[in-house]
Ligand binder design. Sequence first.
Ligand code: ZN
Length: 253
Amino acid sequence: MAIYLTVIFGLMGAAIGSFINVCVDRIPAGKSLTGPPSHCDSCQRQLSFLDLFPILSYIFLRGRCRYCGARIPLQVLLVELGCGLWTALVFWQKGLSADFAVIAFFSLVFILIGLLDLKTRLVYGVIIWPAIGVALLAAAFILPQGIINSLEGSALGAGILLIPFLVTRGGGMGFGDVEIALLIGLLTGFYGVVVPILLGIILGGVVAIILLAFRIRGRKDAIPFGPFLSIAAIISMLWGVHIMNWWLKMFAF
Ligand SMILES: [Zn+2]
């Protein structure tokens, strides 16, 4: 039974991933999310159900449009796969629980926020503020730490990122990163918020060093922090406590 549900939730995650791809395309362009129906960017043909089935359509069509043969961006497949596998993993770990619902929902939200930031260097108010609203409700009614602890976590997380934002006057760190930290703090609470922020800084630092070393990016190119913060938040929702314990042991506190 658990296996079937894992597959079903994985497929649901992949389907939401498919919708996330639509959002990443349309939100920056200011287009409607509900219409017109999906179409090929090259030949403008409207896509049918068979072209839009998550993951499988991409594989059967070998990454090309059925009508004109134009390449479908690899991002489409990767986001569907990532959302599907992660949702299945969260269900496998948490079972049918409030924990699962909260972690799966906000993982998908962070994937959307991270992708939009990667693509446009912006954190969109239409995504982050409703997400913060839902997180407040979750903190008040579902999350174990309770609303007060969540608000403290939010203040601490945003406070940590507000310092570099103010010091660099928005040059290095954008206010969007502060908004993401607000959301993370609500979900993790006061004691959990340090892990995703530190992890985000470590991930961002490692990738920046690799990009510089291989000269993919120059010293003056800004690398957006939001995507790393989003990945760190997703990882921390599932394994934050383990990571915290591991760090504490490593530094022998
Ligand atoms: Zn086409």
